[in-house]
Design a protein around this ligand. Structure first.
Ligand code: NCD
Length: 363
């Protein structure tokens, strides 16, 4: 059974195949109109969503399939205390494939280990969002004609922006990608993304807090909103929320063919006047999201006999995960598991949220 929890669950060739299928679906939608006839997608959304949930639903309908699900945790049995593992087992009896969004990091991975149908991570806390990444890759490919030799600026909330983490991971596998990380210090990219993804893959990257300085160099500007719901204290959010606002005036400094991407929702980090600039690609991105999710559903439903090859992790009884947003911190019956990463020294990461393992007595 294949699932998509992290973008690197797919090889580069598989990502390229998905992009090719999405382009074919765009050209020949009729060819796919009955491809999922008789199949059901369950959308389990424990966190708010407009695009991701509705694009999954639209995708399944356009493939001739059906959709069941819920869009709020409060309308599911999670509000009665049901574990993610039990929910996954139950939904497997009703649906052929699951798309899950959850505020706890690692929840879709737990679901995939307990479901008997493929599980798609539709966003887990501030961790990962691989289907937005597929959307972003398809958009870059359709706009630029390539996924190599690009300078990409990520701007805004790089700490909690899960779409940023997944896209950097995906881009680390393409040739000659330069990344400029533009954020206030408090919202800098997590250390593990730097060490385990960018350093390990010898990616060329540069950190700055100045959008003005970075802008003229960029082929792609990936704007993000400051993720209000993930802040522990709202004062910090209020102080940082308007750190970057892209205006028409600033856009005069950008390349004539630069593309602006944004996973949306936009709060006020891109002025509405930019929407009519041909470089604004964020609404085209929305259409691409539906196309690539159609390709993804087709792929996963066509590969239910294949075996997953992700690192299962190991139990280390002396360690625990110190991240309060990790599923293992909340669902106490889960057995924490860790994998080791060889950096300058060997470090251990929680397999559910990728944060550092700590000794139990230090927690
Ligand atoms: C993103 C998300 O949910 O992480 N939205 C989306 O899925 N298109 C970005 C965000 O919420 O800021």
């Amino acid at each position: 059974m294949r699932s998509l929890i992290d973008i690197v669950d797919f090889t580069l060739e598989e990502v390229d195949e998905l992009i090719a299928t999405a382009c074919d679906i765009h050209q020949n939608p009729q060819k796919y109109a009955d491809a999922c006839k008789g199949k059901k997608l369950a959308t389990l959304f424990f966190e708010p969503s407009t695009r991701t949930r509705l694009s999954f639903e639209a995708a399944m309908y356009e493939l001739g399939g059906n959709v069941i699900g819920f869009s709020e945790a409060s309308s599911s049995s999670a509000s009665k205390g049901e574990s993610v593992a039990d929910t996954a087992k139950v939904i497997s009896c009703y649906a052929d494939i699951i798309a899950m969004r959850h505020p706890l990091e690692g929840a879709p991975l737990v679901a995939s280990r307990n479901a008997t149908v493929p599980v798609i991570n539709a966003g887990d806390g501030g961790h990962l969002h691989p289907t937005q990444t597929l959307t972003d890759l398809l958009t870059i490919y359709r706009e630029k004609g390539r996924l190599t030799d690009l300078t990409i600026g990520f701007c805004g909330d790089l700490k909690y922006g899960r779409t940023v983490h997944s896209l950097i991971s995906a881009l680390s596998r393409y040739h000659n990608i330069k990344v400029v990380l533009i954020s206030p210090k408090e919202l800098a990219i997590p250390e593990y993304v730097k060490s385990d993804v960018m350093d390990l893959n010898e990616m060329h990257y540069f950190e700055t807090d100045s959008l003005d300085e970075a802008l003229p160099e960029l082929d792609i500007l990936y704007m993000t909103r400051i993720q209000r719901e993930r802040f522990d204290d709202l004062e910090t959010y209020e102080r940082l929320k308007d750190s970057y606002i892209l205006t028409c005036e600033k856009m005069q400094e950008a390349k004539g063919d630069m593309c602006i991407l944004h996973p949306l929702p936009r709060v006020n980090e891109i002025s509405v006047a930019i929407d009519s600039d041909p470089r604004a690609c964020y609404f085209k991105q929305v259409l691409n999201g539906k196309l690539i999710r159609m390709a993804l559903i087709l792929k996963l439903l066509g590969e239910t006999d294949k075996v997953e090859s992700r690192d299962e992790g190991l139990e280390h009884s002396e360690f625990c995960c110190a991240n309060p947003r990790c599923i293992t911190s909340v669902e106490q019956e889960l057995v924490p598991k860790f994998r080791s990463v060889e950096l300058k020294e060997r470090v251990y990461r929680c397999i559910f949220c990728e944060k550092d393992a700590v000794l139990k007595e230090e927690k």
